[in-house]
Design a protein around this ligand. Structure first.
Ligand code: MN3
Length: 240
C-alpha cells in the first residue's frame, strides 16, 4: 500500500491527521517533524487534541458532563501516560537497561491505544451527521451487503465486547475490505494505528523443539535469518 492509498484510507475512516503520526510512533527516538496534526507536537510529545465542537454539542445523546470527564480527564490521562512511557523507553535504550521493559511496553501499548482510539472517537463524532461518501457506501455494501447489515453487525460486535473495550471498523489492505473487530480493554500490547514492519513469532511452537524453554536463544538466532532487504522493502512500501 502506498502512502497515498494509506492516507486516503485513513481519510475514509475519519482518521485525519492521526495517521501521519504513525511512523513516528514506531520510532520513539526521532522527534516528530510533522506539524500538521493535533495529537503529537513538533517535539514528538503527544498532546490532547481539542474537540472540534462544543462539549454540549452531542446532547442529548452524549451529555456534557460525560464529555468533560471523558475528554479532559480520561483522555488526558492517556496522553500523560504515553509520554511517560516513551521517555522511559528512551532512557532504557540509552542506558541499555531493560529491567523494566515489560512494564514500559505495557504502559506504551495501553496509553498509546487509549490516545489514538480516543482521538479517532472525538474526530468521528459531531453534531452534524454529514453524508457518507460514495466510496464508503460502496465498501459498506460490498463487504456487509447493506448499510442496515453493517449497522446491526457493528452494534452486535460492540455490545458483546467482554468487559471494557471498543468496537472498531477497520480497513484491511490485504483483502481490500472493511472489517469489524472487538478490542477487549484496548491494548493487548498493541496500538490500533500501526503497521507491522518486522515480526518474530514467540509462541512455543516456533522454537520449542530446538530451543526448549530458551526463548532468548531463539530470538538471538532469529537475527541470523532476517532478510533485511525484505524488511527494507516492506518499510519502503509502508512509508510510500
Ligand atoms: Mn474512553
Amino acid at each position: 500500500m502506498n502512502k497515498r492509498t494509506f492516507l486516503k484510507t485513513g481519510a475514509a475512516l475519519g482518521l485525519g491527521g492521526i495517521l501521519t503520526a504513525h511512523s513516528k510512533i514506531v520510532n520513539a527516538i526521532e522527534p516528530n517533524t510533522n506539524k500538521n496534526n493535533t495529537i503529537i507536537n513538533d517535539k514528538g510529545e503527544y498532546i490532547l487534541p481539542p474537540l472540534k465542537y462544543e462539549y454540549d454539542s452531542l446532547e442529548p445523546y452524549i451529555d456534557t458532563e460525560t464529555m468533560h470527564l471523558h475528554h479532559d480527564i480520561h483522555h488526558n490521562g492517556y496522553v500523560k501516560g504515553l509520554n511517560k512511557a516513551v521517555n522511559g523507553i528512551k532512557e532504557a535504550i540509552e542506558k541499555n537497561d531493560y529491567s523494566l521493559i515489560k512494564h514500559l511496553e505495557r504502559e506504551f501499548a495501553f496509553h498509546g491505544s487509549g490516545h489514538f482510539l480516543h482521538s479517532i472517537y472525538w474526530e468521528i463524532m459531531g453534531p452534524d451527521s454529514g453524508l457518507r461518501s460514495k466510496l464508503l457506501d460502496r465498501y459498506i455494501n460490498k463487504d456487509f451487503g447493506s448499510y442496515e447489515n453493517f449497522k446491526n453487525y457493528f452494534i452486535a460486535v460492540s455490545k458483546s465486547v467482554e468487559g471494557s473495550g471498543w468496537g472498531i471498523l477497520s480497513y484491511q489492505p490485504l483483502s481490500d475490505k472493511l472489517i469489524i473487530l472487538q478490542a477487549e480493554k484496548h491494548q493487548n500490547q498493541a496500538q490500533w494505528i500501526n503497521i507491522p514492519v518486522m515480526v518474530v513469532d514467540v509462541w512455543e511452537h516456533a522454537y520449542y523443539l530446538k530451543y526448549k524453554n530458551k526463548r532468548k536463544d531463539y530470538i538471538e538466532a532469529f537475527f541470523n535469518v532476517i532478510n533485511w532487504t525484505e524488511v527494507s522493502n516492506r518499510f519502503e512500501r509502508i512509508k510510500g
